[in-house]
Design a protein around this ligand. Structure first.
Ligand SMILES: [Fe+2]
Length: 105
């Protein structure tokens, strides 16, 4: 099995990096699918097909969420960033400035 998105020879990658690569690539694919289903639904003039496309988009969001949770559990740095930003309120950029000060960045 090969992946065109690898930027270094596979044998140089740690197993953990390779697994994260699979997860990140899958996350990209799931969000691509959400975007594509929504675009097609916007352009579709058949109500029952439109409903199926929107249903499928929602399923892809579920898949994306499952993959993201796996990434969070397996990458401590992602976990740290998601804890910092997800479900925060107010200005995201403002939150970043506060977080950078807090972490001395
Ligand atoms: Fe999916």
């Amino acid at each position: 099995m090969s992946s065109e998105a690898l930027h270094v020879p596979r044998e140089k990658l740690r197993r953990e990096t390779l697994n994260l690569h699979y997860a990140i690539t899958s996350l990209q694919e799931e969000f691509d699918a959400v975007d594509w289903y929504r675009q097609r639904a916007d352009d579709c003039d058949d109500p029952s097909l439109k409903a199926i496309l929107l249903h499928n988009a929602k399923e892809e969001l579920e898949h994306a969420s499952m993959i993201l949770e796996w990434i969070r559990r397996n990458d401590p740095e992602v976990n740290e960033q998601l804890k910092e930003y997800l479900f925060s309120e107010g200005s995201i950029v403002g939150h970043e400035e506060t977080a950078s000060e807090k972490h001395g960045l």
